[in-house]
Unconditional design. Structure first.
Length: 410
């Protein structure tokens, strides 16, 4: 039995609702359009549009947009990923209509004035510079560029100073027309309401939005071979990423890789990489692994930062742990403990209600359904030790992985 409700408007926009006995509402509007949908030479465009949504509409100026929710103590924000644009807000229950009204205004009536474009261009250039000053962030972007070389997924979401400088009103209009498909939009609400009220308000504000049925022509990236890349940077530590392409969000082994990722270098201090590299040898303050599943591919990576003289040993220890997973099947107790830890962390993450409702909205966009917490647990518990061994040999294969190092300039 589902613990959410869905209503589809005639224009295709879906309304997702999950009840919560709280005085606080969390809501989001997710659009299936991100940086991977940009054309060559337009990198940063989806993120540029997200910034400009808060600047001016046909009936509100910047101050009126920002004050609309902040004056009642609500929190309004947005972000862009490789595949989505998301606007979200947290508010007291009595301000839901005010929030829906604002969402509809900024998402469908923004005017993108030239003066605001120039201002935000400067803001984004500062944002790019800020990321470049953080090697732990910059190395992830460079790694993904190597992993998906020549494909939009590999491009930096923020774009580059060169591409951001060229973005204009025509680019914005074309991107929105080509990618803001109303049947690939979800407005999601997590709060203490009758579903009929949420539907009625959504129909009032979103029901008049013209339908846009433009279909995307996303192309899956090709598999790139292994590589070893070293770049000298004006930094004091060595930063390293080891990883490769991984399973998509619809792949049957996705849950198995999520489980392995958590065992290897996920949340908490008891991950294998943290115990081996930080606790046992004390050679890295930060050591973690990450798995991001996209609709037609995925990204698996291990990151660490350490003193230059310790980097080689740290990398060897990483490969030692990967080799163990490729060669040694988890025992019954190990497998049980790994599942229990991951399931517990997922359950705790449900307390982050904004994160939960955004995740549910994305699931509705991608799969037209949302798994209950019990269904998620059942899928994790169904993973076998044999499957984990198979996954390890497919994803942690040295012949498929890329290593990227940022080293201090001599």
């Amino acid at each position: 039995m589902t613990d959410y409700q869905v209503h589809t408007l005639p224009n295709g926009i879906r309304i997702l609702f999950k009840h919560a006995p709280s005085t606080i509402t969390h809501c989001c509007f997710v659009v299936n359009a991100g940086s991977r949908d940009e054309k060559e030479g337009q990198t940063g465009l989806a993120h540029f549009i997200e910034h400009l949504l808060f600047k001016e509409t046909a009936r509100r100026n910047t101050s009126q947009i920002l004050n609309r929710l902040e004056l009642v103590g609500a929190d309004l924000n947005a972000y862009t990923t490789k595949e989505y644009t998301c606007v979200h807000a947290s508010l007291l229950n009595q301000h839901l209509e005010r929030t829906i009204d604002l969402f509809e205004d900024i998402l469908f009536h923004s005017t993108f004035p030239e003066g605001e474009q120039e201002k935000e261009r400067g803001v984004i250039l500062d944002e790019i510079a800020s990321y470049l000053d953080q090697p732990e962030e910059a190395i992830q972007d460079d790694f993904e560029n190597l992993l998906f070389k020549g494909h939009p997924i590999g491009e930096n979401i923020l774009g580059s100073p060169e591409t951001v400088a060229k973005l204009n009103s025509a680019d914005i209009k074309e991107f929105i027309e080509a990618n803001y498909n109303t049947s690939e939009m979800v407005f999601a609400v997590f709060g203490n309401y009758d579903f009929k009220k949420v539907v009625k308000l959504s129909e009032k504000y979103f029901g008049t939005v013209p339908a846009n049925s433009t279909k995307k022509a996303r192309v899956a990236p090709e598999k790139n071979g292994p590589g070893y890349h070293v770049f000298a940077k004006p930094i004091s530590q060595t930063h390293c990423i080891i990883g490769g392409q991984a399973y998509s969000s619809s792949h049957p082994h996705k849950n198995g890789l999520l489980l392995l990722n958590n065992l290897l270098g996920g949340m908490g201090m008891s991950s294998r990489l943290n115990l081996e590299i930080r606790e046992k040898y004390g050679i890295a303050y930060t050591i973690e692994s990450n798995y991001t599943a996209l609709t037609d591919t995925g990204i698996f990576s291990i990151y660490f930062g350490t003193d230059s003289e310790k980097a080689e040993k740290a990398a060897k220890l990483v490969h030692k742990e990967l080799k163990k997973l490729r060669e040694q099947k988890l025992g019954t107790l190990q497998l049980h403990q790994t599942k229990e830890k991951f399931i517990g962390q997922i359950a705790l993450a449900e307390e982050n209600r904004m994160g939960l409702i955004i995740s549910m909205a994305k699931s509705l966009v991608d799969f037209n359904c949302v798994d209950t917490l019990q269904q998620v647990f059942d899928k994790i518990n169904a993973v076998t030790a044999e499957q984990l061994l198979q996954i390890s040999n497919e994803i942690f294969d040295n012949e498929k992985m890329i290593t990227l190092l940022f080293e201090p300039k001599a």
